[in-house]
Write a protein that binds this ligand. Sequence first.
Ligand code: ZN
Length: 133
Amino acid sequence: MTIVPAMFCPRCNKPSSDTGKCPTCGTRLKTLESAKRRGWAAFGAGVFLVVFVSAVGIWVDRLMAGQTAPGATVFIGRLNVVFVLIVLCGALGMFNGWQQAHWGRTNRAIAFGILVVFAVALFLAYTASKALQ
Ligand SMILES: [Zn+2]
């Protein structure tokens, strides 16, 4: 008979068969169920981000299609990169959330990657807005 770990340590990022506190780091354990629920929430947020940003991206592209203002082409070019990067964030978030929803674990490398990609996207969005002026 195997013991099914019902608890999860958010700091060690692994399931535990202990109750109460983590035997490794002493952090209060959360139920594996709540970790999985957060995984589904992250997955849903990722799906939303991908769908929403894709829609906004297509909408903005159509809106700007006839624009001949100086800098508009550069602006749209950079903005498209921003949209692609944010969609990538959403896709990575979906993947990470999916994993967490099934095993409770989050992938720290991916979580860090999402932050980096998002920071790059914000920076590009900032430079894109400057191209319009
Ligand atoms: Zn721990």
